[in-house]
Design a protein around this ligand. Structure first.
Ligand code: SF4
Length: 664
């Protein structure tokens, strides 16, 4: 395979030559293969040239249908080959990763029409892999044991036999078990409480083997924002432990749906603390021959941890509709946290002496030290509660305390933007009133390039939008009837987006009562692996996909998605993260809830029209509230220019509809 897809003249700047070739791709090569020339793509290509040449951060705001993915992929591949390091493409979530590499996706398209072999590998998050330890428990348990036994039997033979002369390969990916529902999957996948560092199966575990595979990619590594941030956050610690960082050295990063990076960063910086996990970790030290002083400190720390969790329990308040519990900080809890931290510090100091005596297993010691340091870092946020967001969750094994920083810009500044490499934020929604300052400030970069290009679609012709006015302010039953009318009109071919899993569940429960829909095929998120569900939705034109997590990035052009139903407005959840954000604002509804909702709604509406040929209806089922008129105006403002928001379903369903779902 030739290294570059063009003749490279070493006496000339590389990026300039790559850029000339990319212009040829858009002006000549792709049009010759039957693609239209898109001015927006060519404009974007020139903008990215500067970001790559000067190793700058760029906010690339490009509307739906501008073909932005092809542009950034071409630059990323050329630059990877030039630098000899892969480029990272970070997508908003795991389901979007698969969309990039699907057979009809953009990477396959480039490979085919440019006659290139592109080495693109997926770096999925650990929770997308089977954990052999959990699988052992699950197949010996009561629920679905037969299913898990069968799955165990289907694992590669090297998992079961200890021989060394075998060739290992990656396996155990969630995608390979499409029929498992989310609940079954969660019984056997990796979770944050698995201790892979000391697991005896780690060299045969699908998760570790997948890591070895993607590290060797020559061109692109595709991961989620969460995974990229996990890499950033654990980079130093893993190196100290003598482990490789999650991702290899790379030459550039593209954050697709870049407006979501801040949330992913916060998630990655989240620390989960549980009493029994701490006890298990710290008592590992007692297995070595340690001095009495350290043994006493360990016992005291375990007691203090127990006390801290007891006080925490008394400070937890249920949040309606959320499984997260609000933690009310008071003096007593802060004191207990403070004492616990003092005890951890004392243990850390003792460990320095202990390590000089060489009585403890060095590897175990490093792991315990690393965990203690992470705990200290997380708990230090309690010193400045204005910098902290925390909550608790409950399970059969007790409370988990979850701690995250309120802002992440310092971390992103230090560990991402200071790396001097091209960083592309790509999304249809990055600017606010034409300015990129808001997103730049939230992720912590001061120096950046930016541009904005609109969508090339003729929206007033291609889509109709309605937010029906109701007789009874929009009860659940009224909404069900409206949805059924819309589904009958387009004979399925619908994506129904729900803001919460509870709403989806209720819809799923009630839809069988509507006999007019009895022959329709509904696909529900959570029933099967998500990319498998998306594939079925795309192939089975008359089916309907009901989802909670597909507000962003889903790309299903053609008649299979002719009807978009937004079940209710996607306001942020009542959970501690948003409670903290609201608490920090003097106008919480205007500054936190409304902007979040409108951005998400704009993204959701963007799922409908994905090509020039697409036609469809977007129905937004808004319950009427006291501020209904204001809200309606805001919703109308989210629609593409020229699309009018109607208030009666009849206005969008009375017109005839082709069998393909095309509204005329
Ligand atoms: S390495 Fe981690 S994920 Fe794999 S089997 Fe062990 S504990 Fe589970």
């Amino acid at each position: 395979m030739a290294r570059y897809p063009f003749e490279y003249d070493h006496s000339q700047p590389f990026i300039q030559q790559a850029s000339e070739w990319i212009a040829d791709v858009f002006y000549d090569i792709l049009p010759e293969a039957g693609f239209e020339v898109r001015d927006e793509q060519i404009y974007m290509a020139f903008q990215l040239e500067r970001a790559f040449a000067e190793k700058q951060t760029i906010f690339a705001e490009a509307g739906v249908g501008t073909g932005k993915t092809l542009v950034y992929l071409l630059y990323a591949i050329c630059y990877a080959r030039y630098t000899g390091k892969p480029a990272i493409i970070a997508c908003a979530d795991e389901s979007l990763i698969e969309q990039l590499v699907k057979p009809e996706g953009d990477i396959a398209k480039l490979g085919k029409y440019l006659d290139m072999e592109i080495d693109a590998r997926l770096a999925k998050s650990p929770d997308q892999y089977v954990c052999l330890m959990k699988l052992d428990d699950a197949r010996l348990g009561h629920d679905d044991a037969a299913l898990f036994k069968e799955l165990y039997g289907s694992l590669p033979s090297f998992v079961h036999s200890p021989g060394t002369l075998q060739s290992f390969h990656a396996y155990g990916d969630r995608k390979n078990y499409p029929r498992l529902n989310d609940e079954q999957w969660e019984k056997i996948n990796w979770d944050a409480f698995q201790d892979c560092f000391v697991c005896e199966m780690r060299h045969r575990c699908g998760q570790s083997l997948s890591r070895e595979h993607y590290r060797k990619s020559a061109d692109l590594i595709i991961c989620s924002h969460d995974f990229y941030m996990e890499h950033v956050w654990t980079y130093e610690g893993r190196k100290r432990e003598g482990q490789l960082p999650l991702l290899p050295e790379h030459c550039a990063v593209v954050f697709d749906e870049g407006h979501l990076l801040e949330t992913a960063a916060q998630k990655a910086l989240t620390y989960r603390l549980k009493h029994i996990v701490f006890e298990e970790l710290i008592t590992r030290l007692l297995k070595g021959e340690i001095r009495e002083r350290l043994a006493v400190l360990i016992d005291e720390a375990i007691e203090q941890s127990e006390r801290m969790f007891d006080v925490l329990e008394g400070q937890c308040r249920n949040i309606p509709g959320s499984d997260r519990k609000q933690v009310v900080l008071n003096e007593q809890l802060l004191d207990e946290v403070h004492h616990f931290r003092e005890q951890l510090s004392a243990i850390e100091e003792e460990l320095v002496f202990e390590s000089e005596l060489y009585t403890l297993n060095e590897y175990q010691l490093r792991i315990v030290e690393e965990h203690l340091e992470m705990m200290q870092r997380a708990l230090s946020l309690f010193d400045h509660s204005e910098k902290l967001i925390c909550w608790a969750t409950e399970s059969g094994t007790g409370l988990t305390l979850v701690v995250m920083p309120r802002t992440v810009k310092e971390v992103l500044q230090d560990r991402v933007f200071s790396l001097r490499m091209p960083i592309v934020f790509s999304s249809a929604t990055l600017s606010v009133d034409g300015s990129f300052e808001y997103i730049a400030a939230s992720v912590g970069t001061e120096s950046f390039l930016s541009f904005s290009v609109a969508s090339p679609y003729d929206y007033p012709k291609q889509m109709k939008a309605v937010a029906p006015k109701w007789k009874h302010r929009g009860t659940f039953t009224e909404k069900m009837k409206a949805a059924v009318q819309l589904l009958m009109h387009t004979e399925g071919r619908a994506l129904i987006l729900f803001p919460t899993a509870d709403e989806l569940r209720r819809f799923k429960q009630e839809i069988p009562e509507y006999t007019e829909c009895s022959s329709m095929r509904f696909l529900f998120e959570g029933d099967e692996e998500i990319s498998h569900l998306i594939g079925r939705f795309q192939q089975d034109e008359l089916s309907m996909l009901c989802a909670v997590s597909l507000w962003e990035g889903l790309d299903v052009p053609g008649p299979a998605l002719s009807n978009l139903i937004i079940w209710s407005l996607p306001f942020p959840p009542h959970d501690p993260v948003f409670m903290a954000r609201r608490g920090g604002s003097t106008r919480p509804f205007e500054e936190v809830d409304l902007p979040y909702m409108l951005l998400r709604l704009r993204q959701g509406v963007g799922r409908l029209i994905r090509s020039r040929e697409d036609r469809g209806i977007a129905a937004i089922l808004v319950e009427e509230s006291d501020h209904y008129d204001d809200l309606r105006e805001q919703i109308a403002g989210v629609l593409p220019a020229g699309v009018e928001l109607k208030d009666s379903l009849d206005e969008v369903t009375q017109q005839s509809t082709h069998a393909t779902g095309t509204v005329v």
